[in-house]
Design a protein around this ligand. Structure first.
Ligand code: NA7
Length: 541
């Protein structure tokens, strides 16, 4: 067995969460090691390097809030692409020497807690062993990619790539390409590669109820004028989504048709998530209000599709599910792509994918589509997969995967009973993807840092949620989830329904950032109410 390497804090993952933890743990004066499976920083932007990969929340809030970092770095577009985000992480490293505390190409496979020493022991795939008082899981919501069990998958003789494992510098131009999946990833790939490939066949199961991104390059003035950045960063914890706009508290059904039409138009023109999370409070709660939003959406989308058959496939008269109960993808030229002569859209509800063949994909109507490349844009074991793919065992020795087999249970969406001194960021039962990533991440990370500081000052060696607190918090997450229209989506990853055998449940806190952060702050203010604290008999630090 290799020598044990000792740290105060062990962090898994070097994306936004892991880097924020690292930089702030250093400030506490604790020793820290970040273990990262990939070869570099940037988390999701390291792995998702498929063509067209781009963030869906706008600047300035999609970056670290530390003025020392935003003062000297300027993005070029309102919604930066994956390459620029990777470059941003390199800049952060240059500025703050991040990498000196990160071990790359080191996938953690197991974590064991010991009550007798109040320490976690972690093992990596290559047999290295680390011990630390705290374990911070910064594995993100989309780190375990998913490939459905298609019949004949291995028989395909061409190239096959999941979007989360896209080969470096891969040249797809001039090839015959098939793509399965029209989620956020599929939409981005499709609109990017369609003009450049010989032929593109898209297999769609559910039309994506997208929103216009309204991408643009930043003007030279915007690039230098950053005096409002601090205001935006200050405000983000007060809005539902952690963005710099909030949900309109008015009910759509109280508005006159004229008021509604005007508000819809305004939010549509603003682009991004304004129409989804900014227009009316009842959009995601009341089916009638939701129908109005869908009718508006359908009209807008159909205007861009000349062909009636395509209109019905991409923006059907009957909504495939309530509008907005799956995260809408932000598109740029998505609908125009389908009018290109080299693009074919296959509705797999009409003719299901029967099997993957050596040449391509065969559907149930007997048609075989042939490709050089098959792209799987089939998503992830979202929210929980990054955590459950590590063999994590706490006080009772039960792997977390087993513990959560009947559903995730947590306290405050950042810790779990029987797993002391273990926190996660942007994971199960947190507001995660109902919000802007860095907003939710920094809020959680700051809370964890404060907790570590408190423990250090009070000489507390371990902290773990009580079963009671966990039960009532998890019930709240379930109740909030049940109050919305979310269950109307048959295959939604919000509900774990995209993975066969996964327990269906609302996986995220759907009450917004302010409500969630109040729960976290209240617990901390009351000496970490809802947690059991163990005082150390000897000084820990
Ligand atoms: P998503 O949003 O889970 O999309 C996966 C897509 O793959 C979606 O269109 C699925 O159809 C489709 N899919 C999955 N399994 C099948 C089968 N068996 N047959 C046909 N089609 C299938 O993943 P993304 O990577 O696009 O995005 C994930 C999140 O990452 C995104 O929301 C952002 O927040 C970042 P379905 O819609 O389920 O019918």
């Amino acid at each position: 067995m290799s020598e044990i390497q000792e740290y105060d804090v062990l962090v898994i993952g070097a994306g936004f969460s892991g880097v924020h933890q690292l930089l702030n743990i250093r400030k506490l004066g604790l020793t820290v090691k970040v273990l990262e499976a990939g070869e570099g920083l940037a988390g999701t932007w390291l792995w998702n390097r498929y063509p067209g990969a781009r963030v869906d929340t706008p600047l300035p809030l999609y970056q670290f809030s530390d003025p020392e970092l935003w003062r000297d770095w300027t993005f070029t577009e309102k919604y930066p692409d994956g390459r620029e985000l990777k470059a941003y992480f390199e800049y952060v490293d240059k500025k703050l020497d991040v990498k000196r505390d990160v071990l790359f190409n080191s996938r953690v496979v197991a974590a064991r807690w010991s009550d007798s020493i109040d320490r976690w022991t972690l093992t990596t795939e290559d047999g290295q062993v680390f011990r630390g008082q705290f374990l911070s899981l910064c594995t993100g919501i989309g780190s375990k990619y998913h490939i459905p069990k298609f019949k004949g998958l291995d028989s395909f003789q061409g190239e096959m790539h999941h979007t989360a494992r896209w080969p470096k510098d891969y040249d797809y131009k001039g090839k015959r390409v098939g793509i399965i999946g029209t989620g956020a990833t599929g939409v981005q790939v499709i609109q990017e590669i369609a003009p450049l490939v010989a032929h593109l066949t898209v297999f769609q199961r559910t039309p994506n109820l997208t929103l216009p991104m309204r991408q643009r390059t930043l003007t030279p003035e915007e690039k230098v004028k950053k005096d409002l950045y601090a205001v935006s960063f200050g405000r983000r914890y007060q809005t539902f989504t952690g963005l710099n706009f909030d949900i309109n508290p008015k009910l759509m059904l109280d508005a006159t048709p004229e008021e509604r039409a005007l508000a819809f138009e305004e939010h549509w023109e603003k682009g991004g998530f304004h129409f989804w999370m900014g227009s009316y409070a009842d959009l995601l709660l009341n089916p009638k209000a939701n129908d109005e939003a869908y009718a508006f959406w359908r009209k807008k989308v159909r205007e861009r599709i000349p062909d009636a058959e395509l209109q019905e496939k991409l923006a059907p008269m009957k909504a495939p599910h309530p509008f907005g109960v799956k995260r809408p993808s932000l598109e740029q030229r998505y609908y125009e792509v389908y009018s290109q002569p080299n693009v074919t859209l296959v509705d797999v509800n009409k003719a299901a994918i029967e099997q993957i063949t050596p040449k391509g994909v065969k559907t149930s109507d007997g048609v075989e589509y042939e490709f050089d490349v098959l792209i799987l844009a089939t998503g992830f074991d979202m929210v929980t997969g990054g955590i459950t793919s590590i063999d994590i065992r706490g006080q009772d020795g039960v792997p977390i995967k087993e513990k959560w087999a009947d559903g995730v249970r947590s306290y405050l969406g950042l810790a779990s009973a029987t797993y002391p001194n273990m926190f996660w960021i942007y994971g199960p039962q947190s507001p995660s993807s109902f919000t802007n990533g860095p907003s939710c991440i920094e809020l959680t990370s700051e809370w964890i840092i404060d907790c570590m500081k408190f423990m250090k000052e009070k000489n507390i060696s371990s902290i773990v949620p009580t079963e009671e607190a966990q039960h009532s918090y998890s019930e709240l997450v379930d109740q909030l989830g049940a109050a919305g229209l979310w269950s109307g989506a048959k295959t939604s990853w919000y509900l774990g329904r995209n993975i066969e055998g996964k327990k269906p449940q609302m996986l995220q806190f759907s009450g917004g950032i302010p409500a969630w952060s109040k729960l976290c702050d209240d617990s901390a203010a009351k000496g970490y109410e809802g947690f059991h604290l163990k005082r150390s008999i000897i000084s820990q630090y």
